[in-house]
Design a protein. Structure first.
Length: 254
């Protein structure tokens, strides 16, 4: 089946970290762009030499109903110095369009899951699928006995994407635990980001204290390939069967 391409119009832009932009698009052909949380879209554009490039971006939009025509979808884009996609998005005016396709991907919560706990682990823009999953997770926690732990990795507090949203969600949902892990700099004492579940180090180092449970846990890993591989090996060593470890690696493209 041929992949359908469509125009995506940029309707909003804001920086959520020093080098990460949160971009909102609407499908500009009058059709809806609905998706299952965890899926991604692709953006297609020509390089300077005329060859066609494409980049994949997980959809970050929180929605509790199917998206309709005119509803915006959101992505997080890392700006890389000298990057072709960076130049494309930095130079795109509001109202500008780019060629899109999708949604694609199966990095989603599965309807037949009967686990007792989800371990959601992400670094960088690999955290965006979990933002989109929040309404779905709220409904699941309300409908059955389920705990969710979100381990988010960042180098510094300034680079923690959507941390305020995840913290607010955790405060509103007792079954949801949010653990931000900072590899370089911890939040200052007394700052809004400083709380008991903050950890110093990499997300893979925080796994052991969660005592991964093979009969009860399903893990999702998204982001830096080295992190994904390290967590995958640690979870396997803890006894989790491979089908209970779902992965999506983010390779940095310029």
């Amino acid at each position: 089946m041929a992949i359908v391409h469509f125009p995506l119009k940029l309707v909003a832009r804001r920086m959520v970290a020093p080098t990460v932009a949160h971009l909102s698009f609407v499908r500009d052909d009058g059709l809806p762009l609905d998706f299952i949380p965890g899926q991604f879209l692709q953006v297609h554009f020509p390089l300077a030499d005329g060859t066609q490039a494409r980049r994949s971006y997980s959809l970050a939009t929180r929605h509790e109903r199917p998206l309709e025509a005119g509803d915006a979808v959101e992505i997080a884009v890392s700006y890389v110095p000298g990057g072709a996609a960076t130049a494309l998005f930095e130079g795109m005016p509001l109202g500008g369009t780019v060629d899109g396709s999708g949604p694609f991907g199966r990095f989603c919560l599965l309807p037949n899951d009967a686990n007792r706990r989800y371990l959601l682990i992400g670094t960088g823009t690999g955290i965006t699928p979990y933002r989109a999953m929040l309404p779905q997770l709220a409904a699941l926690m309300a409908s059955r006995e389920l705990e969710v732990v979100l381990l988010q990795g960042a180098r510094t507090p300034e680079e923690l994407l959507y941390g305020d949203e995840f913290r607010a969600f955790a405060e509103a949902h007792p079954g949801f635990r949010y653990i931000p892990c900072f590899s370089r700099t911890l939040p200052a004492d007394g700052s809004p980001q400083a709380h008991a579940d903050v950890r110093h180090g990499y997300v893979q180092n925080a796994l052991a204290e969660l005592a991964p449970d093979p009969p009860g846990d399903i893990a999702y890993l998204c982001g830096n390939p080295h992190m994904v591989d390290a967590c995958f090996e640690a979870l396997k060593a803890a006894g989790l069967p491979i089908p209970q470890i779902r992965r999506e690696k983010y390779v940095s493209n310029k």
